[in-house]
Design a protein around this ligand. Structure first.
Ligand SMILES: [Zn+2]
Length: 394
């Protein structure tokens, strides 16, 4: 952000200078045009007078004007030239504040090879389908030769139409979808259908007194099925009816009718629908780019330190980064497991194992603790057979 502000300051300087110069140029040119007009008038009016005398004064006048012209335009040209240095300062500020070579943090082989290229293309393609950019996604899949499996596009199409209609504050398609998929949503203990009805009800009572009867009818028709699970919320919603005559905004419930309720419902729909369809909630491309942007500054720093101390080999040695990157919880994947007994990070050869009591230790620890077919959990009294432990994959 500081970098952006620094560049912004330079851009502001250029803009204000441009403004000043433009004003100045307009003034100077107008002055010159005016004096030229004056000379023209003078010459015309003096035509009848003594010819020789008039010619002399005319020459002096025109000469004086030309001198002034030259001087003024020269001055303008100098000012204009000076502008270049201000413009080039913006370029320098960008160079100084931004890092141009991000490639230093990446490994060259990371995207090479047919399977990796294919994977990247798939992720980009899926992102376009998600965004509803069908033509671009189709074109990409055709040109890159990736096969879009049957049924991969359709869920996105449906999701997109519903998300778009929610953006336009049309609740019907989402409600219909939630009704159709009720049983599935219940398994996920989703409150989507209730939240949609709540939003529909709130929209009605926000319209004022004349919609009050309609709102009551809506509540009667739709809230009954949710009373068991959302009793408190239904009560609150009913309480709001009391405030309709004086305007909900004035009531203690005004927080319920904030505009961000539409955003909340939209996010909830996207999350639950993606979960149901087995899709990642966020676009994979978004996730990687966001995580990458967060990791970049730290990676650039460590790269610089490594270069200064002439450390080589660590970066490209393993299939992991040389430092822990502190990402948002929502961007944390592939959790690491450290064995509480051996105090070692799990690996392919020493993976985490879940005991039947639910405690987890590493495979090596399991072998060390378990004699023959008896193992006492190091954390609880449960005794078990080591072979009953299950491998955990993150
Ligand atoms: Zn245990």
């Amino acid at each position: 952000m500081d970098a952006c502000l620094a560049v912004d300051r330079e851009v502001d300087k250029v803009l204000s200078k441009f403004g000043q110069i433009r004003e100045n140029v307009d003034n100077v040119l107008q002055q010159l045009i005016d004096s030229l007009e004056n000379i023209k008038c003078d010459l015309l009016s003096k035509k009848s007078e003594d010819a020789l005398e008039s010619n002399k004064t005319s020459v002096v006048l025109v000469k004086g004007f030309l001198d002034k012209c030259k001087k003024d335009t020269h001055k303008l040209a100098t000012e204009h030239r000076e502008l270049h240095s201000t413009v080039s300062k913006v370029g320098k500020a960008i160079d100084r504040n931004f890092i141009s070579d991000f490639a230093a943090t990446s490994r060259e082989d990371i995207f090479s090879g047919p399977t990796k290229t294919d994977l990247v293309n798939r992720i980009i393609c899926q992102h376009f389908y998600r965004q509803g950019m069908w033509d671009i996604a189709d074109e990409l899949s055709e040109e890159s030769g990736i096969e879009v499996e049957c049924g991969q596009r359709e869920p996105f199409a449906k999701l997109n139409t519903i998300v778009e209609s929610l953006k336009k504050k049309d609740i019907c398609p989402a409600l219909e979808w939630a009704r159709e998929n009720r049983s599935q949503l219940e398994i996920q203990s989703s409150s989507l259908e209730f939240k949609l009805h709540r939003l529909a009800f709130l929209t009605l009572i926000q319209k004022g007194v004349e919609h009050q009867t309609k709102a009551v009818a809506y509540a009667r028709a739709n809230f009954g099925q949710f009373v068991e699970k959302h009793e408190k919320e239904v009560q609150t919603l009913m309480g709001m009816l009391l405030y309709v005559p004086q305007g909900i905004e004035e009531s203690p419930y005004s927080y319920m009718v904030e505009t961000n309720m539409w955003t909340e419902v939209n996010e909830l729909f996207t999350r639950d629908a993606c979960m149901m369809l087995g899709l990642s909630v966020e676009s994979l491309l978004n996730v990687s780019i966001n995580a990458g942007c967060m990791a970049l500054p730290a990676l650039l720093n460590i790269k610089q330190v490594m270069q200064q101390r002439q450390v080589t080999g660590i970066w490209s040695g393993k299939d992991e980064l040389p430092i822990e990157i502190d990402l948002d919880p929502e961007h944390r994947y592939h959790s690491m497991f450290a064995c509480p007994i051996l105090r070692q990070q799990s690996s392919d050869t020493n993976p985490p194992m879940r005991l039947i009591c639910g405690h987890v230790i590493s495979k090596d620890a399991l072998h060390k603790l378990g004699n023959s077919n008896k193992l006492k959990c190091p954390y609880c009294p449960m005794e078990q057979n080591p072979s009953e432990a299950k491998l955990i994959c993150f």
